[in-house]
Write a protein that binds this ligand. Structure first.
Ligand SMILES: Nc1nc2c(ncn2[C@@H]2O[C@H](COP(=O)(O)OP(=O)(O)OP(=O)(O)O)[C@@H](O)[C@H]2O)c(=O)[nH]1
Ligand SMILES: [Mg+2]
Length: 327
């Protein structure tokens, strides 16, 4: 029988192969008080197991104070899948007398990326694959005071948590003893709860009891206490990233020394896909709904976490199927 032949719908496997070829974007932002080691951690991330490539500074150069929002990218490849990892470094805040509205440049950057994505999405001749510059998670650096969160931290995280996945981390953990670290972590968790700050993985998005139990374990381990360094030292015939102190080398990737490796694996291995999904299906969708509503007319369908809304581009629906060998 003669009939109209429609092009075959690509199978999930074909789509997956395509993603593996074209790759995907993953964007992490670092935010926090001045001098807490944000730029150093950006370097540590790139220099650690993910990639031994230099992130721009040579060994003995001092990292300058960050004065503007700056994105640094590297394409990492593993098992034939390309990931463009971008870390957005931001200037530290908190040293002005008046810190009012210091979250504005950060918030502006986050929203600008949503806007860029939205513009591409509604474009009649939209690209097959929209470059994704949206911030998938924001590492919020907490000062290792051993006391409390500052009012500014609470305020800042609260505001940002509505538009991005916040992951609080305790900076410069090598300046605290193990006991102090544990106590401080516990206190920060309590204060985050009291302040009503929803950090990632957000309780409200736990899907079932299993999800809840897995995420509870992660939430109980947070905030990760990290140490950053872009200098390498020789330890037991191995080159390791570390900080040299009068008492020995603090090894950045040694889980007995700090929780950097745990944080890195959480970000770019175990929770990468979920961070992208929550960004797309919750944060971006909230932004998109608001913008389209402002424009009048188009009202997107309701929010859902894993099932994309009916109006989403087919490619967006396929993005969550990425099988990442970094996992
Ligand atoms: N003890 C200790 N010092 C650190 C750590 N990470 C960075 N530093 C040091 O802290 C100082 C500031 O580091 P940066 O990475 O420039 O801090 P920053 O947060 O980017 O600073 P701004 O750009 O000014 O906000 C440098 O002297 C680093 O060597 C750490 O984990 N432990
Ligand atoms: Mg900096």
């Amino acid at each position: 029988m003669w009939g109209l032949r429609l092009p075959p719908t690509p199978s999930p496997l074909q789509m997956r192969k395509k993603t593996m070829k074209t790759g995907f974007d993953f964007n992490i932002m670092v935010v926090g008080n001045s001098g807490l080691g944000k730029s150093t951690l950006v370097n540590t991330l790139f220099k650690s197991q993910v990639s031994r490539r230099s992130a721009g500074w040579t060994r003995d150069e001092k990292i300058p104070k960050t004065v503007e929002v700056k994105a640094v990218s590297h394409v990492l490849e593993e098992g034939g899948v390309k990931m463009k990892l971008t870390v957005i470094d931001t200037p530290g805040f908190g040293d002005q007398i008046n810190n009012e509205n210091c979250w504005e440049p950060i918030s502006k950057y986050i929203n600008e990326q949503y806007e860029k994505f939205l513009k591409e999405e509604v474009n009649i001749t939209r690209k097959k694959r929209i470059p994704d510059t949206r911030v998938h998670c924001c590492l919020y650096f907490i000062s290792p005071t051993g006391h409390s969160l500052r009012q500014l931290d609470v305020e800042f995280m609260k505001r940002l948590s509505h538009s991005v996945n916040i992951i609080p981390v305790i900076a410069k953990a090598d300046t605290m003893t193990m006991e102090e670290r544990q106590e401080f972590k516990q206190r920060v968790r309590k204060e985050l709860e009291m302040g009503g700050i929803e950090f990632y993985p957000q309780k409200e998005f736990d899907e079932d009891m299993e999800d809840k139990s897995d995420n509870d374990k992660i939430r109980e381990a947070m905030p990760f206490a990290v140490v950053g360094s872009d200098k390498e030292y020789q330890v037991n015939a191995k080159r390791v990233l570390g900080r040299k102190t009068a008492w020995g080398i603090v090894e950045v990737e040694n889980p007995n020394h700090c929780e950097f490796a745990q944080l890195r694996d959480f970000l770019i291995r175990s929770h990468l896909q979920d961070l992208k999904e929550v960004t797309h299906n919750i944060h971006y969708e909230t932004y998109r709904a608001k913008r389209l509503h402002e424009n009048g007319g188009l009202h997107p369908t309701g929010l859902c976490r894993h099932g994309a809304t009916a109006s989403l581009h087919a490619l967006d629906m396929f993005q969550p199927i990425i099988m990442c060998p970094f996992l």
